[in-house]
Design a protein around this ligand. Sequence first.
Ligand code: FEO
Length: 400
Amino acid sequence: MANTPMGTKTIVENVFWVGVKDLNRRLFDGLIPLPHGTSYNAYLVVGSEKTALIDTVNPGFENELVDKVSQHADPAKLDYIVMNHAEPDHANACSHMLSLAKDAKLVTSAKGKEAAMMYFGVPDDRIMVVDESSSIDLGGKTLKFVDAPWLHWPETIFTYVPEDRILFPCDFFGSHIAYGEFYADEFGNGHTLELAKLYFAEIMMPFRKPSMKAIEKVKALDPKIIAPSHGVMYREPKLIIDAYTDWAGEKMKKKVLIAYVSMWGRTERMVKVLKESLIHKGIEVQAFDLTAMGIGEVAKQLVDSPVVVIAAPTVLGGVHPVAAYAALLTKTLRAPTKYAAILSSHGWSGGAVKQLGELLGGMKIEMLDVVDVKGPANDEEIQRILKLADTIEGKLAEFT
Ligand code: FEO
């Protein structure tokens, strides 16, 4: 299908991408680095009788959305604006579109209705509540809905057009990419999956159980195209469905993630001893100096690393703050980590280990060992790190 002029994209006949590619955005939620920018994918479904806009765009891009919709339909005559999810990057412009399309209804879940009224002041009589039994006939195209709560907010739904077998799952299956490509296979499936995994880690990893439920529903629909609200679309949906099945299903690898920070090389030396021993045993090691590597990479490795080692010195009676952030992130993202270890060094007093223990407290993690040394690690302490490598090897025997 040819590109439609002036920046929109025809997906199938009378279904158009009318979103925005935001190459300049560098941070999401004040937390997540966006090295490739992101896109806010809105879609227009034009039936013979009625027209629906599925999701909108980030605040500041309302005019671009209106321009793009105008290429295929009169924005003032939209019949439905579907709000799959209430986060402002997709929902904030709903109010603007409703102000243009005076007769349009905002279509959303019951919880979405509460959110639309609370966040955006949408009046009750402008909202149509739908669930999985609902069906909206546009004329030759039908909108069906999938309940997908907690992906990643409580109100989330997916929209499905059965005639074209296109699924619009909003954030689910998303990725932060703003480049020119529209489809994963154009961008490169391998590269796409790496970015989708990063996105999964930061957004969906805490919600693995709801994700698994949604994946089963998506498989039952057997879509031909998956069109998320960030990044590329999938015209070979099996690629992203299989990947999500692995990630949400906690299919992990024979791998160790080491997140470390070192001030004068003592902690880093301990990391090197452990890393080299593990590599020698044939175990994949992803070691990140937290001062040089974005926290997103750490989050991504959490998805399929059964073992996490945090290595950091004591600073002013507590853990180095950079490592504290990594530990807090591991807990906040509810990583599927099974085993952990701590390597630490201190001068005149400790404190890092106690604080790391507190930060990781409450997680269902088996702590394999804590090696906290005063000054440089001595021979006995190096032997203990080598023993830790043996222990990790044993724990990873079940993984491939
Ligand atoms: Fe892309 Fe949860 O908003």
